[in-house]
Design a protein around this ligand. Structure first.
Ligand code: NAP
Length: 246
């Protein structure tokens, strides 16, 4: 019997969940519970971590999961590694759905860095006003930097105040974001550098386009590397894979 576990946390996962529901495929949609605001779901959901690889392995067995689709964010590497390990051990087919990374054009000024720590080290004293749209989790990494940098922080949920870099301005807002709005935001805050994860997709790409248009440098954090696994890019491809499995 088909019983899918969909590991979510992205807009594409939401789109796929609607497709699975419409196709009548039995599926549980799993959220980490990291954000307070969640989109309405047609599928049955579960919220919260599984308890590492061991916990996930038990969950997969207890719920007789036949297929796992990992549609987590490309930077949610721990969850993806756990899924690879647990599915590998149990012989459960696993598909990763991940949108392709953004590519620099000849008009971009990107500095590629391996992780967020390297991004913080790459900031230079002349980067006075930095747009940091990287989520809540890694903001504390910037809290110890010199107060010569002023940060514009944009997050989905209100972060813990003591962990924030000072000085800063805070915007609590969920994408998608439009180019005109990003241009206005960058101009209003006199931003001279942007730090971004290479998330891929359209929803948060407008700030990268705006940087290109305004000739601003971008410190681009590369995706974490993961072991090889079956991959696709879109919900359509994920549905095709699942149908080919049934
Ligand atoms: P992470 O570091 O890979 O995961 C940390 C832990 O959270 C995992 O070990 C797992 O706990 C739990 N977890 C993560 N995704 C889960 C899911 N879909 N269902 C159940 N448990 C889950 O991930 P993260 O970077 O903290 O991101 C958390 C969630 O936010 C992910 O679902 C991701 O898709 C979403 N998200 C992340 C980013 C980002 O930039 N990292 C951006 C947008 C959305 P256990 O070990 O206890 O199982």
């Amino acid at each position: 019997m088909t019983q899918v576990l969909l590991l979510g946390g992205t807009f594409d996962a939401h789109v796929l969940s609607n497709r699975l529901d419409a196709a009548g495929i039995a599926c549980t949609y799993s959220f980490a519970g990291a954000t307070q605001s969640r989109r309405e779901q047609a599928l049955p959901t579960r919220v919260g971590g599984f308890g590492g690889i061991v916990g996930l392995t038990h969950y997969l067995q207890a719920h007789k999961i036949s297929h796992v689709i990992d549609a987590t964010h490309p930077f949610a590497a721990q969850m993806s590694r756990h899924a690879i390990a647990a599915c590998g051990a149990l012989g459960i087919p696993l598909l990763s759905m991940e949108r392709p990374p953004w590519q620099a054009t000849a008009h971009d000024q990107w500095t590629h860095v391996a992780d967020m720590e390297a991004a913080a080290c790459t900031l230079r004293p002349h980067h006075h006003r930095v747009f940091l749209a990287i989520g809540r989790k890694q903001l504390p990494m910037f809290a110890s930097l010199s107060a010569s940098h002023h940060f514009l922080l944009r997050v989905v949920d209100q972060p813990d105040a003591p962990l924030l870099p000072a000085p800063h301005a805070l915007i609590v807002e969920r994408g998608p974001f439009q180019l005109d709005d990003e241009l206005a935001l960058i101009r209003t805050h006199a931003i001279d550098c942007i730090i971004s994860k290479n998330a891929g997709g359209k929803d948060t790409y407008a700030k990268i386009k705006a940087a290109r248009q305004l000739h601003l440098p971008v410190i681009m954090v590369n995706r974490p590397s993961l072991p090889q696994r079956m991959q696709c890019e879109t919900p359509e491809e994920a549905m095709q894979w699942l149908r080919s499995q049934l």
